[in-house]
Design a protein around this ligand. Structure first.
Ligand SMILES: Cc1ncc(COP(=O)(O)O)c(C=O)c1O
Length: 479
């Protein structure tokens, strides 16, 4: 076989060792920069993130990950209940997705020709629509936020109306359109003005929605079936009622399933829990297999046809990288894994077990206010206690900064029990668990025992938990 130019470059790099010098061996490069990785990241990128990591003791130098586990520089194993904000639903480095991606890299498949019909995109679209049979078309994008932008554009263009309604506590992303319908000052502050004609209503408030729809200017109502910030589960009649109202008033119902979709809540889509059929469904995160950013906007044909309505508009809403082979392959392989490992059913079963165990803690620990969620999207919400000593400690830290109590739970979970999780949002007292759907029985025992130990410790006054709380307060005041 004749040697190509690429073969020659690769051979030169490998035989001279220049491959490493040129940074082609990523794992060697990664290992070489262990000792100063935080300093370098701080110097050349986000210094505040590094300060925060050091302050809470999360600068452990993760070196490897597999499935639901992370390993630090000392080889200590951690259980990942954050899963990259929901990206690793099928686990990290899943061999099936890796094999699919390797098969793309090892072949010479035509990629991003742009003046062609991408074959893998067609296959992924067909497979997604098989799972959501009442929708007809798919448009791909590169991130959750980009899918939200597309949905807003499509809703406005297809209805000819300007208004988009969203909910209190909604999170839809940080690009301009998405941020305009996100209700979180910690993300919005300083970035205004935002898109006009975006109107907020209380989550679960059907009469507020009906009032907003009555003027006839509403293009769409967009909602996360379970809100990511806070893990707020809708009232039984909310989503169905909202979908009916939208239909009656000629507005589109958009389900942002970027976090809840693809098995996370125990069903393929979370809206299935409430028998709702949205006009547009947004997917991302899990679809990537944890490897390649990708998102999908699934919609009814009538909406799609209003946008792509003439041949000269065939490229009116496309994005350069959206249908790249690696992203499409990651999506196809992830759907295979979800089905083969029956991960939605597993999420439902595992989630029920965890919710039962956490709910039982409510009776034993006064700080535990509520346990909520579905499948493997769960929060334990804490609230101001009744007993005097505890309440005094709570008030001390919550006066310094609302929501600081969550860290009294998450920091010891990480430091002492090797569990990574997060507080469910700014000013929130809820601790959120978003694990890979693959977690095992013994992982559940690990979680339940650790969570109980940390909650029990937070009920001892004086105690290590409240000393930590005081340190957090003084660090917070200092910074
Ligand atoms: C419900 C929801 N929508 C949109 C987004 C934005 O996705 P991305 O960060 O990929 O832009 C997120 C991200 O967390 C999300 O949870």
């Amino acid at each position: 076989m004749q040697e190509t130019a690429t073969d020659r470059v690769e051979k030169t790099l490998l035989t001279t060792g220049a491959g490493n010098a040129h940074g082609l061996d990523m794992s060697a490069l990664f290992a070489r920069h262990e000792s100063d990785c935080y300093e370098r990241y701080g110097r050349y990128s986000n210094e505040q993130l590094v300060r925060m990591l050091k302050m809470v003791g999360y600068d452990v130098g993760f070196c490897r990950d597999e499935g639901q586990y992370l390993y630090d520089r000392n080889g200590t194993r951690y259980l990942d209940l954050l899963s990259g904000f929901g990206v690793f639903a099928i686990g990290r480095n899943h061999p099936a997705v890796r094999a699919a991606l390797t098969s793309v890299l090892d072949s010479d498949l035509p990629n991003l020709i742009q003046m062609d019909a991408p074959r893998l995109a067609a296959i992924l679209a067909e497979r997604l629509l098989k799972e959501v049979p009442y929708l007809d078309k798919v448009v791909f994008a590169n991130s959750g936020g980009e899918a939200v932008e597309a949905a807003m554009k499509f809703a406005r263009a297809s209805t000819g109306r300007p208004d988009v309604i969203y909910c209190d506590h909604a999170f839809h992303g940080v690009s301009y359109g998405a941020l305009s319908i996100t209700d979180d000052e910690s993300f919005r502050g300083g970035f205004g003005p935002f898109l006009p004609e975006c109107m907020r209503i209380p989550f679960n408030d059907l009469s507020a929605l009906e009032n907003a729809l009555q003027g006839g200017d509403v293009a769409a109502f967009i909602v996360e079936p379970i809100q990511g910030k806070g893990v707020n589960v809708p009232a039984a009649d909310f989503l169905k009622g909202a979908a009916d109202l939208c239909r009656r008033h000629g507005a589109l119902f958009i389900a942002d399933e970027i976090q809840t979709g693809l098995g996370r809540t125990g069903r393929f889509l979370a809206v299935e829990h409430w028998n709702v059929e949205p006009d547009i469904v947004l997917l991302s995160k899990t679809l990537s297999g944890g490897y390649i950013p990708v998102s999908a906007v699934l919609m009814r044909k009538q909406i799609f046809d209003k946008i792509f309505d003439r041949m000269d508009r065939a490229m009116v809403a496309l994005s350069t990288f959206a249908e790249n082979n690696l992203a499409m392959a990651a999506g196809i392989a992830t759907l295979e894994v979800l089905a083969a490992e029956r991960l939605a059913e597993k999420a439902a079963r595992t989630g029920e077990r965890l919710m039962r165990a956490f709910s039982a803690m409510r009776a034993r620990y006064e700080l535990v206010h509520e346990v909520r969620g579905k499948g493997l999207m769960i929060a334990i919400d804490f609230a101001r206690p009744r007993s005097f000593d505890l309440r005094t400690e709570w008030d001390l830290i919550e006066t310094a900064r609302e929501g600081l109590f969550g860290q009294v739970i998450t920091i010891p979970l990480f430091a002492d029990h090797k569990i990574l999780c997060q507080v469910a949002g700014t000013n929130s007292h809820a601790v959120k668990f978003l694990p890979p759907l693959t977690i095992s029985e013994s992982d559940c025992e690990w979680i339940i025992k650790s969570v109980e130990a940390v909650i029990a410790a937070s009920h001892r006054v004086p105690g290590a938990a409240w000393s930590l709380a005081r340190t957090l307060v003084s660090n917070y005041v200092r910074t």
